[in-house]
Design a protein around this ligand. Sequence first.
Ligand code: HEM
Length: 149
Amino acid sequence: MATDLVLAIFHHFLAFLLASVLATEWTLIRPGLGGRNLALLGRLDAAYGGIAGTLIAVGILRVFFGLKGWEYYVYNTMFWAKMASLVAVGMLSMGPTARIVRWRKAATDPAYTVPDAEIETARSYIKVQIVGFALILIFAATMARGVFY
Ligand code: HEM
């Protein structure tokens, strides 16, 4: 019971943290990005990877050490829908991450600002990521309640 509770608390905490990092990235990636905001974005994106990795690890622990037992999840379609959305969001995050690394390298010139066309592309990736994140939340709640097995 205590293990389940502690894992659930961490899982929620990390999910909200990930959402806030994603929202901050969305706010920072806009025309004129450069200098300190670009450096901040680089640090945030590294944090995004760390938080996502920890969230996934805690999720896996919940499957095995949660109150319902692993059998509840492996035969639950909504669990697999959640996992598929998670993989899609992970893949979608690779485009912006690769760009951010490239922008940070180009920013050795303090006057550097990211070209508008690149900003647009990165924003469109993040927009779809936000939709994917919303789906994960919908599937999580549906899976937890055993709806649509
Ligand atoms: C971005 C990644 C993730 C987010 C945002 C997320 C979000 C959530 C949320 C909000 C809940 C609470 C659902 C509710 O009680 O209504 C939940 C529950 C849960 N999640 Fe995740 N999750 C993520 C990744 C994972 C992963 C990778 C796994 C396992 C491989 C996992 C396994 C679980 C389990 C076992 C529960 C407990 C459901 C229950 O009470 O039966 N999650 N998740």
